[in-house]
Design a protein around this ligand. Structure first.
Ligand code: CFM
Ligand code: HCA
Length: 526
C-alpha cells in the first residue's frame, strides 16, 4: 500500500482539479485514479486529446513513426520529407544504438531531409523527394529507404506513396513511405501504428529464400536498444540457447527484419508501440506472441521462464534455470549494498507507454516504492490489461490509419497446433496482457498524461525521493530539489535492462537519491 494517506491523496486531487475550469476539471478527473484492488475491473481514461493550453510531455505521430519505431534500423536511410526543423531537432535525440554490420552499412548518425521550402509548399515537393531518394541511393546503397512526411506535406497532399512505388521499381530496393504527419492522432501513438503497418506491408516476409531457422527462435518486439538494453537481453538469451531472429527495432537490420515471420514466437516488450505487428503476424503467419518484461532482475527471470515454458523443452527449461541461478547470484551480490541505502524510498514514474510500468519492477528490486505512476500516451489496455486482445485492434485515434487486410498465409510458416495453442492459453503464456493497474498497490495514484500543474502539486505534497521522467520536465523537477532519472534516454547511461543493467541502474539511482546536493537547492520561485 501507498505510504501516503487516502485523505492526503484525495485532498491533492481536489487541489489539482480545483485549479481547472469546469469542463477541463471534468475531463481530467477521468485520468486521475486512486488504485483500489477491491474494484474488479478498475478503469481509467487514456489516449484522449490533450486540452489546449495544458503542458504535457507528449510527442507527435512523426516522432512515434520515424523517431521511435522506424529510425533505429541503422542499415537503412530514413528521409524526412518536410521543412528542415523536424529532422534537425530530432537528430540523434533518442538513444537507440546500432552496431555496424560487416558490410559497413551504418547510417544512423546521418540526418536526411528534403528541406522543403516555400516554393515546394506552393508547387509540390514530390520531385524533390524522388531526387532525394535517388541521391541517397547513389551515395549510400542502403538496404531500404524510408520516407516520413511531416505536417505540411500532409496539408499540401504530396503523393509520397506514389513516389515510393515509382522509386522502388526504379531502384530495385524497397522504398517505403510513411504518412506520419505530426498532427495525426493525439500523440506519438498514432505514429507507432503507421510504422507497424508499413513494416508489415513492405518488409515482413520479403525473404522468400530461407525456409526455416532451426532452434528456439524468437523476435524481440518493442525493444529499441536504448543505452544498449538489447545487447544485455541478447547476451542472456543466447546463453540460454534462445535465438533472436529479428528485433523491432533495437540494433535492427533490414536483413533480419525480412526473416521475422520465420521465428516461432514474438516476445512483446513494449506492447504499446508494437502490438499491431504482433497481432498481424499472428493473423497472417500464426506466430503467437507473449508479453515479457526484461526490466528488473526478477521480472527478467520470470520472463525467461515464460519463454522456456512456451517451447516446453526439458533441456531448455533446465538451462534457463541454471542461467537464472548464476546471473541472479552475481547481480544480487551487488544489489544488496544499494538496497540498504534505497530501501523504502518513494518514486513517481511518468514515462511514455510502457516504462512507467516496467520500471516499477526494477525499483521493487531496490526496495523502492512507486507511489504515483502514469503513461504519457498509452491506451486503456496498457493500464487495465486484457486477457486476450482482439486480433486486430482498431484504436480510437486510428481514424486516419489504414487498417491492413491481413490474410492467412500459413504455407510459409508452421504455426503451433490447436492443442498446443490450447495449452499456451491455459498456462497464460500467450496473449496474456495484464497492464500496469493490477500491479499497483492500494492507495497509489495513477495519473494519465500528467500536466506540469498536476506534477507540481504532487511534488509539493508527496515529496518523492526520485522521479523517473523525461527531458521536458527533468529540470523543473530538479529545481524542486527532487532528483530526476531520465527513463527515456537514461541520462546518457545504461544499459538498465537485464541482470547487469539492474546493477548499473542501482548505482545510478543511489548516486542521485543519496546525494547531499538536493538539500541545498532553493527553487527559483521560492
Ligand atoms: Fe515503448 Fe519505447 Fe516506451 Fe515508446 Fe517513447 Fe522510448 Fe518511452 Mo521515449 S517505444 S512506449 S514512444 S518503451 S521513445 S524506447 S522512452 S516515450 S516509455
Ligand atoms: C519521443 C522520443 C522520446 C522523448 C523523450 C523525452 C525519447 O517521444 O519523441 O521526452 O524526454 O525517448 O527519446 O520519448
Amino acid at each position: 500500500p501507498s505510504p501516503i494517506s487516502l485523505e492526503e491523496t484525495q485532498d491533492s486531487i481536489a487541489e489539482i482539479i480545483g485549479a481547472y475550469p469546469k469542463k477541463v476539471a471534468r475531463k481530467r478527473s477521468k485520468h486521475i485514479v486512486v488504485r483500489d484492488p477491491s474494484i474488479p475491473e478498475q478503469e481509467i481514461n487514456a489516449n484522449a486529446r490533450t486540452t489546449p493550453g495544458i503542458i504535457t510531455q507528449r510527442g507527435c505521430a512523426f516522432a512515434g513513426c520515424k523517431g521511435v519505431v522506424v529510425g533505429p534500423f541503422g542499415d537503412c536511410v530514413h528521409i524526412v520529407h518536410g521543412p528542415i526543423g523536424c529532422s534537425y531537432y530530432s537528430w540523434l535525440t533518442r538513444r537507440n544504438q546500432f552496431k555496424p554490420r560487416e558490410d559497413g552499412k551504418e547510417f544512423l548518425h546521418y540526418c536526411f531531409s528534403t528541406d522543403l521550402n516555400e516554393h515546394d509548399v506552393v508547387f509540390g515537393g514530390v520531385n524533390k523527394l524522388k531526387q532525394a531518394v535517388q541521391e541517397a541511393y547513389d551515395i549510400f546503397q542502403p538496404k531500404s529507404i524510408t520516407v516520413h512526411s511531416t505536417c505540411p506535406v500532409g496539408l499540401i497532399g504530396d503523393d509520397i506513396q506514389g513516389a515510393a512505388r515509382e522509386m522502388t521499381q526504379k531502384l530495385g530496393l524497397p522504398v517505403v513511405a510513411f504518412n506520419c504527419e505530426g498532427y495525426k492522432g493525439v500523440s506519438q501513438s498514432a505514429g507507432h501504428h503507421i510504422a507497424n503497418n508499413g513494416f508489415f506491408k513492405h518488409w515482413i516476409g520479403n525473404d522468400t529464400e530461407t525456409e526455416e531457422i532451426e532452434g528456439f527462435t524468437v523476435n524481440l518486439m518493442g525493444e529499441y536498444n536504448i543505452g544498449g538494453d538489447s545487447w544485455e537481453i541478447e547476451r542472456v538469451l543466447e546463453k540460454c540457447g534462445i535465438k533472436v531472429v529479428s528485433t523491432f527495432s533495437g540494433d535492427a537490420s533490414y536483413d533480419d527484419a525480412i526473416k521475422a515471420h520465420l521465428a516461432k514466437v514474438n516476445l512483446v516488450m513494449c506492447h504499446r508501440s508494437i502490438n499491431y505487428m504482433a497481432s498481424m503476424m499472428e493473423e497472417k503467419y500464426g506466430t503467437p506472441w507473449m508479453k515479457v518484461n526484461f526490466i528488473g532482475v526478477h521480472a527478467f527471470a520470470k520472463s525467461l521462464r515464460k519463454i522456456a515454458k512456451f517451447f516446453d523443452d526439458p533441456a531448455l527449461i533446465q538451462r534457463v534455470e541454471d542461467v537464472i541461478v548464476e546471473e541472479l547470484a552475481i547481480a544480487e551480490a551487488q544489489l544488496t549494498q544499494y538496497r540498504k541505502r534505497l530501501e523504502g524510498k518513494t518514486v513517481f514514474l511518468f514515462v511514455g507507454g510502457s516504462r512507467a510500468h516496467h520500471y516499477q519492477e526494477l525499483f521493487a528490486d531496490l526496495g523502492m516504492k512507486t507511489i504515483v505512476a502514469g503513461y504519457e500516451f498509452a491506451h486503456r489496455d496498457d493500464y487495465e490489461g486484457r486477457q486476450a486482445l482482439p486480433k486486430i485492434k482498431v484504436d480510437a485515434d486510428s481514424r486516419n490509419i489504414e487498417e491492413l487486410d491481413v490474410e492467412r498465409d500459413s504455407e510459409r510458416y508452421n504455426p503451433p497446433s490447436d492443442a498446443e495453442m490450447e495449452r499456451l492459453r491455459n498456462e497464460k503464456i500467450m496473449n496474456d496482457y495484464k497492464g500496469m493497474m493490477p500491479d499497483m498497490g492500494e492507495g497509489t495514484l495513477l495519473v494519465d498524461n500528467i500536466s506540469h500543474h498536476e506534477l507540481d502539486v504532487l511534488i509539493k505534497r508527496f515529496k518523492p525521493d526520485l522521479i523517473g521522467s523525461g527531458i521536458k520536465d527533468k529540470y523543473v523537477i530538479e529545481k524542486f530539489g527532487v532528483p530526476c532519472k531520465q527513463l527515456h534516454n537514461y541520462d546518457y547511461g545504461g544499459p538498465f535492462a537485464g541482470f547487469r543493467g539492474a546493477v548499473n541502474f542501482a548505482k545510478d539511482v543511489d548516486l542521485r537519491v543519496n546525494s547531499p546536493t538536493w538539500q541545498y537547492i532553493k527553487a527559483p520561485w521560492d
